[in-house]
Ligand binder design. Structure first.
Ligand code: G6Q
Length: 562
């Protein structure tokens, strides 16, 4: 097999599943397969206080999980034996932990609020990080204050962020999450899909005189983003009647100065970042420019502070009292020992509606890997499928399967104690639903309880006998609950950093590189070949019969179009 020259091939001392602690955890699974969480709660009135932690405005309750002290301490032993404490230090200190791309993974430096230097290949990156933040401050203040004007002298009323994947999901999720903090007279739109509908419908809503386009692309070569950016550019020039308007209406966020210049954006209007910031970890960098425009740079920095607070906790807290470590290890417990396949994210907060999608990328792109860092097949499961929807909507849809389906699916419930939008007693209703769902998943309903309930409803014996089995819920279904004081820039920052580090913890246990994404790169390449062939317009025969058939059907339709 060909190996990249950057790839370290140091062999693992003992394969993961052959570690004695792995066997111990398997034995725990056997033992606990006979135990119901109801009984664990009944036996220990202090279970909640023993299995919950409070940090950075987030209460993490993990007591409704199928585990006990021995499981948690052996999971931590597993983390020790996989070198987690050392790997955490390697990440924070800028070592080249993304070996397949020969890069550090230093999103933590972007939110490093202390005086400390952070070195990459012997150079302190903090002066550059701070200088971009200053540039963002000056720019966002001008736009928000009405001093940055369009080609006809009008202040900016609409920002259109054009980017995809990591250059879209973070900002779009955070702008929605922080809606109560968004400037009243500024609207922020996001265009990601190469489907022309996305840009066309957005352009229909905005006025060229007052619209600022923020083109976000780390590489500035991504087909979808460039296609949408060119469409926006054509539209603007046509409306303004002058190419000079571009300077007033386009800024770029990228690491690729030359490509930005080639597109026609003045490099002074470019906000830089660095190869050591992965796309899905980039909302903390200038990739968050649209967010900073929406909420103002002080609040953007408050989000950085929340992230930093979680970083310090992750770096310093002992494993057994460390939120991201516990979350990551519980995920490993379910995936590799209990045998679960997916994991639900259920935010009980409408403004977190894109959070499940954001985590889908963060987790599945990072740990959806089948070879380890030594390029060997892993031989065990890695990232589960991440999915979800806000509660209470999810309750009226897929929660049925969570309660009574044949698979156990762990859930993360996320809810703010205080709402930004008090409407009568609706927030209490929301929280009541959240708590009662996790309770019901944990407790279930026995046949006896089902019979009692039907008797209370006045059904006769025959009716009860027929109906009761359908009303049984097995329970013993696990969940975490993350209770935020309130959804603020700071707690959102802490929440995002918590999940980032959870992903890192799991990557270390599974021994995969959480920071590359060759599957995404493949997609970018494949589409290019097909588009060239569609452009050529000739009958296609170079693919499998399905792909040829589909392409030739489209080509035939194009030829018939007058
Ligand atoms: C993220 C991925 C991917 C990336 C997009 C956009 O970690 O690498 O989602 O962010 O493909 O890439 P560009 O920012 O280079 O346009």
């Amino acid at each position: 097999m060909l190996k990249n020259k950057h790839v370290k091939t140091t062999p693992e001392p003992t394969p993961l599943t052959e570690l004695p602690v792995w066997q111990t955890l398997e034995a725990h699974q056997q033992r606990l397969s006979q135990v119901h969480m109801r009984d664990l709660f009944a036996a220990d009135p202090k279970r909640f206080s023993r299995f919950s932690l409070d940090h950075a405005g987030i209460l993490f309750d993990y007591s409704k999980n199928l585990m006990d002290d021995s499981v948690m301490s052996d999971l931590c032993a597993l983390a020790e034996q996989r070198g987690l404490p050392d790997q955490i230090e390697r990440m924070f200190s800028g070592e080249t932990i993304n070996a397949t791309e020969g890069r550090s993974a230093l999103h933590t430096a972007l939110r490093n609020r202390g005086p400390s230097a952070v070195y990459v290949r012997g150079e302190d990156v903090m002066p550059d990080v701070i200088s971009v933040l200053h540039k963002m401050r000056a720019f966002t203040d001008r736009v928000r204050g009405g001093d940055w004007v369009g080609y006809a002298g009008d202040a900016i009323t609409d920002v259109v962020n054009i980017g995809i994947g990591g250059s879209d999901l973070g900002p779009v999720m955070a702008v929605q999450a922080l809606a109560p903090y968004v400037k009243d007279d500024l609207r922020v739109h996001f265009v990601s899909n190469v489907d022309g509908t996305h840009i066309a419908e957005t352009l229909r809503k905005v006025n060229p005189r007052t619209t600022l386009f923020v083109i976000v692309s780390k590489t500035f070569t991504t087909q979808e983003t460039l296609a949408n950016a060119h469409a926006a550019r054509r539209w603007l020039v046509e409306q303004a009647g002058d190419e000079k308007a571009i300077a007033k209406h386009f800024v770029a966020v990228s690491t690729n100065l030359q490509a930005v210049a080639d597109f026609g954006i003045d490099t002074d209007a470019m906000f830089g970042f660095w190869d050591w910031v992965g796309g899905r970890f980039s909302v903390w960098s200038a990739v968050g420019l649209s967010l900073a425009l929406a909420i103002g740079i002080d609040r953007f920095e408050a989000m950085l502070e929340g992230g930093h607070e979680m970083d310090q906790h992750f770096r310093e807290a002992p494993l057994l009292r460390n939120l991201p470590v516990l979350m990551g290890l519980l995920g490993v417990w379910y995936r590799n020992f209990i045998g679960t396949h997916s994991h639900v994210i259920a935010p009980y907060d409408q403004s977190l509606q894109r959070f499940p999608a954001y985590l889908q990328q963060l987790e599945m792109e990072s740990n959806g890997k089948q070879v380890d860092t030594t390029a060997a097949s892993v031989g065990y499961h890695t990232c589960p499928v991440i999915w979800g929807e806000p509660g209470t909507n999810g309750q009226h849809a897929f929660f049925q399967l969570l309660h009574q389906g044949t698979e156990v699916i762990p859930v993360d419930f996320i809810a703010p104690i205080e709402t930004h939008n008090p409407v009568a007693d609706q927030h209490r209703l929301l929280l009541a639903n959240c708590f009662s769902q996790s309770e019901a998943l944990m407790r279930g309903r026995t046949l006896g309880e089902a019979i009692d309930e039907l008797q209370e409803q006045g059904l006769n014996d025959a009716e009860i006998e027929a109906l009761a089995p359908f009303k049984v819920f097995p329970g013993n279904r696990p969940s975490n609950t993350l209770l935020l004081d309130q959804l603020t820039p700071k707690t959102l920052g802490a929440l995002i950093a918590l999940y980032e580090h959870k992903v890192f913890v799991q990557g270390v246990i599974w021994g995969v590189n959480s920071f590359d994404q060759w599957g995404v790169e493949l997609g970018k390449k494949l589409a290019k070949t097909v588009v060239d062939e569609l452009d050529a317009g000739l009958v296609v025969s170079s693919h499998d019969s399905s792909t040829n058939g589909l392409m030739n059907r489209v080509l035939a339709a194009i030829q018939q179009t007058p």
